[in-house]
Design a protein around this ligand. Structure first.
Ligand SMILES: O=c1[nH]c(=O)c2ncn([C@@H]3O[C@H](COP(=O)(O)OP(=O)(O)OP(=O)(O)O)[C@@H](O)[C@H]3O)c2[nH]1
Ligand SMILES: [Mg+2]
Length: 212
C-alpha cells in the first residue's frame, strides 16, 4: 500500500481497543490490500491514559507508547465530536462523556439533553480524527481530518458506532448511522485523515528497514 516499491506495507497495527474503529480501519485498509491488527490482538499491551488536551496530543501518546512497547510502527486514532452550541464539548472526552465506564447510549442521551430547545440551525457539529504514526524511538507524525454535520433531535440508524445515530450529514440527508460502511468511509473524519496520511506516508520513513 501507500505507493512506492520497496516500502510495501502488508500489515498495520492500530493502537485502539475500540471495535468500531477497528472495523472501519479494516474496511479502509482492505482496499489497499493491508491487514489491520489492533490492541484487541495484543491483550497485554499497556493501557494509555488520555491526558492530552487535544486529539493530536492523545493520538501521539497512544501511538508512541504502543510503538515503543511493540517495537513496531503503530498508528493511533484519537477522535470525537465537537458541538458548537456546547462550546466544543464533548471533544476529547467523547468516549467518556457520561462517565468513565464508556457507554455510547448514555453519551448520546447527555448530548441530546444538553441540546434540548436548541433549534436545528444552531446544532452544528463536527467529528474530528487525529491519526498519529509512531516509528519507535524515531519520529511521530500527526494528520487530522474532520466531517461537518448537525446534531439531530432523535436517534436514527443502526450502523457505525458512538454518536453516529445523532450525527446528521446534510449532503446525504441521513444520519451517519444510516449510511453503509462504504458511504461512511468515503466522507468520515477518519477517512479524511487517512487520505492525508497516505500522501505523506513515504516521507515518514528514512530507511527501508523501518517498515517491516
Ligand atoms: O459516532 C461516532 N462516529 C465516529 O466515527 C467516531 N469516532 C469517534 N467517535 C467518538 O469519540 C470517541 C473516541 O474516543 P477515543 O479516540 O479515545 O477512542 P476510544 O477510547 O473509544 O478507543 P481508543 O482508540 O482510545 O482505544 C468514541 O468512543 C466515540 O464516542 C465517534 N463517534
Ligand atoms: Mg480512548
Amino acid at each position: 500500500m501507500f505507493g512506492k516499491s520497496g516500502r510495501t506495507v502488508k500489515e498495520v497495527i492500530i493502537a485502539t481497543k475500540n471495535a468500531g474503529k477497528v472495523k472501519e480501519f479494516q474496511t479502509l485498509f482492505a482496499e489497499k490490500g493491508v491487514e489491520v491488527k489492533s490492541l484487541l490482538d495484543f491483550e497485554n499491551a499497556p493501557d494509555v491514559e488520555e491526558t492530552g488536551e487535544t486529539f493530536a496530543e492523545n493520538a501521539i501518546l497512544k501511538a508512541e507508547t504502543i510503538a515503543n512497547y511493540l517495537n513496531k510502527v503503530v498508528i493511533a486514532d484519537d477522535s470525537g465530536l465537537a458541538v458548537d452550541a456546547l462550546d466544543g464539548r464533548p471533544g476529547v472526552y467523547s468516549a467518556r462523556y457520561a462517565g468513565e465506564h464508556k457507554n455510547d447510549k448514555e453519551n448520546i442521551a447527555k448530548v441530546l439533553e444538553e441540546l434540548k430547545g436548541v433549534p436545528f440551525e444552531k446544532r452544528t457539529a463536527r467529528f474530528h480524527c487525529a491519526l498519529a504514526v509512531a516509528v519507535p524511538r524515531q519520529r511521530t507524525v500527526v494528520v487530522e481530518g474532520t466531517c461537518e454535520g448537525y446534531i439531530a433531535e432523535t436517534q436514527t440508524g443502526t450502523n457505525g458506532f458512538g454518536y453516529d445515530p445523532i450525527f446528521y450529514v446534510p449532503e446525504k440527508q441521513k444520519t451517519m448511522a444510516e449510511l453503509s460502511k462504504e458511504e461512511k468511509n468515503k466522507i468520515s473524519h477518519r477517512a479524511n485523515a487517512l487520505k492525508k496520511l497516505e500522501k505523506i506516508w513515504d516521507e515518514i520513513f528514512d530507511t527501508e528497514e523501518q517498515v517491516k
